[in-house]
Design a protein around this ligand. Structure first.
Ligand SMILES: *Cc1c(COP(=O)(O)O)cnc(C)c1O
Length: 301
């Protein structure tokens, strides 16, 4: 599947003579959006080919991965079980737009404490899940595994070699690894981590096959799903100016960082940048509930 690149016009880009296009992976599907479609594609095929009828995966309360997996499993006619971080959600999950929609897609949930959730990659935990649910095809949190990276290698098209930089926001690094593998040697892949901490460089070295990449760790806004008024205003203004919606957890932070770098002359005049819109727009509804509780301005929908 090939997705179009949309060129963005903003005064700062004209002033700095930087070309910016956005690959609209967010338009692939409202819930199996962007990189989650790419990451699930070969995993769903493998689950079916190996005769599984059930998939189990892991995520937080507003997880794009949970949203996407529920919708993809429904289309593929697979049973889906989500192991969800946070016992307290057992009583409130119907007020959570992500989980409500995933449930409507047929996903069943098991809510676990943060302590148990931390054991999600351990063999013992997987064995206990098999005892509870029977045989299943496991997909890790965030969906990152070898097949996910293979799927993400399909984000770039042959004509994308005209760009000097490929930019992407980074959670686990699976999407960025796919982009690195598919990039040309004359291109730089620039990642914007949305989590605090410096585990990602090590991870990316393991996951990718090339060295033409770097990370800018400046724009996490305090950590995963942390957001402030400035970011809300930025996302709303960007949508007004370009018509392109961004999500508050991932793509909003990347675009904020990218335009800040343009403003600070981090790119030479004439540089051509392709930013990947990895999707995640379903998360806006959940984030607006959080913003409302904190009396902060809301994201435009
Ligand atoms: C999950 C997600 C990411 C992070 O992808 P990784 O492969 O884990 O780095 C980026 N953007 C959006 C919108 C996502 O939902």
């Amino acid at each position: 599947m090939q997705v179009e690149n949309q060129y963005v016009k903003l005064p700062i880009l004209r002033e700095k003579q930087v070309v910016l296009a956005i690959k609209r992976e967010d338009l692939i599907h409202p819930f199996i959006s962007g990189n989650k479609f790419r990451k699930l594609k070969y995993n769903i095929v493998k689950a079916q080919e190996s005769g599984h009828t059930k998939i189990v995966t892991f995520g937080g309360a507003f997880s794009n991965h949970i949203a996407a997996t529920s919708a993809a499993a429904k289309i593929a006619n697979l049973e889906a079980i989500g192991i969800i971080r946070g016992e307290e959600l057992l009583h409130t999950w119907l007020e959570n737009p992500t989980l409500k929609r995933a449930h409507e897609n047929g996903m069943r949930f098991k809510f676990v404490s943060r302590e148990i959730y931390r054991q999600r990659d351990e063999l013992e935990f997987l064995i206990s899940l098999r005892n509870e649910f029977g045989d299943f095809y496991p997909i890790p949190e965030g969906g990152t595994n070898d097949l996910a990276i293979k799927g993400c290698e399909e984000i770039l098209n042959p004509s994308d070699t005209e760009f000097d930089f490929i930019c992407v926001c980074v959670g686990t690094g699976g999407t960025m690894a796919g982009l690195i593998n598919a990039s040309g040697n004359n291109q730089q892949v620039l990642g914007f981590p949305v989590l605090k901490g410096d585990f990602l460089s090590t991870e990316l070295k393991k996951l990718s096959r090339k060295e033409n990449w770097s990370l800018n760790p400046t724009y996490h806004f305090g950590g995963y799903a942390k957001i402030n008024e400035e970011l809300v205003h930025f996302i709303n203004r960007f949508k007004q100016q370009t018509g392109i919606p961004l999500d508050p957890v991932y793509t909003g932070k990347m675009m904020y960082g990218l335009l800040d770098m343009v403003r600070n002359d981090n790119f030479a005049p004439g540089t051509r940048i392709l930013a990947i819109h990895t999707g995640g727009l379903q998360g806006i509804f959940g984030m607006n509930l959080v913003l409302h509780k904190k009396n902060l301005p809301l994201l435009d929908v």
